[in-house]
Design a protein around this ligand. Structure first.
Ligand SMILES: [Zn+2]
Length: 135
C-alpha cells in the first residue's frame, strides 16, 4: 500500500466541469477520482514505511510553506501536519489526505495524498518543484 501525491495551484478554485474532466490536473470533485487521472499527474509515490510517511509529511510541509494558508494563524501548519500524520498512520488503516485552500498570495492550492494498492513502485518527488500549475 502506498500514497500517490498530487499537487495543483491556480488562481481560483476550478469550476465543477473542469474538476470532473479526468484529463485536467485539477482536483476532482470526488477524492477517489484522483486515481483515475493520467500517470503524469502523480508527483511522487510514498510507501507506508516510517521513512515513506516521513517523506510524505515533508512533501506536504514544503507545499504549505511555499503557499501559506490564508488562515494560517487560526490553524497553524504544525497542527495541520499532526492531523496529516494521524491520517497516514491511524491504526495501520491508511487514509487519504486532501488539502484545498486559498493562500495568502491568493492562489487556490490543492495537495493530496491518496491511498492506493496498484503495482507502481514508490518514488520520491523530483527535487522540489511546485508541481503542475493551473493557468
Ligand atoms: Zn498506486
Amino acid at each position: 500500500m502506498h500514497w500517490h501525491a498530487y499537487a495543483w495551484v491556480g488562481h481560483e478554485r476550478p469550476a465543477d466541469n473542469i474538476r470532473n474532466d479526468k484529463s485536467q490536473p485539477t482536483p476532482p470533485l470526488r477524492v477517489g477520482e484522483w486515481l483515475g487521472k493520467p500517470e503524469r499527474f502523480i508527483v511522487a509515490i510514498f510507501d507506508s514505511t516510517p521513512e515513506g510517511i516521513s517523506d510524505a509529511l515533508e512533501w506536504m510541509r514544503q507545499g504549505a510553506e511555499e503557499h501559506v494558508y490564508v488562515s494560517e494563524a487560526s490553524f497553524p501548519l504544525d497542527a495541520r501536519l499532526k492531523y496529516v500524520a494521524e491520517q497516514l498512520s491511524h491504526n495501520g488503516r491508511a487514509g487519504d489526505v486532501v488539502w484545498g485552500y486559498y493562500s495568502k498570495s491568493k492562489r487556490y492550492v490543492s495537495r493530496a495524498l491518496i491511498a492506493c494498492t496498484c503495482q507502481r513502485k514508490a518514488r520520491k518527488p523530483a527535487p522540489y518543484l511546485e508541481g503542475p500549475h493551473g493557468q
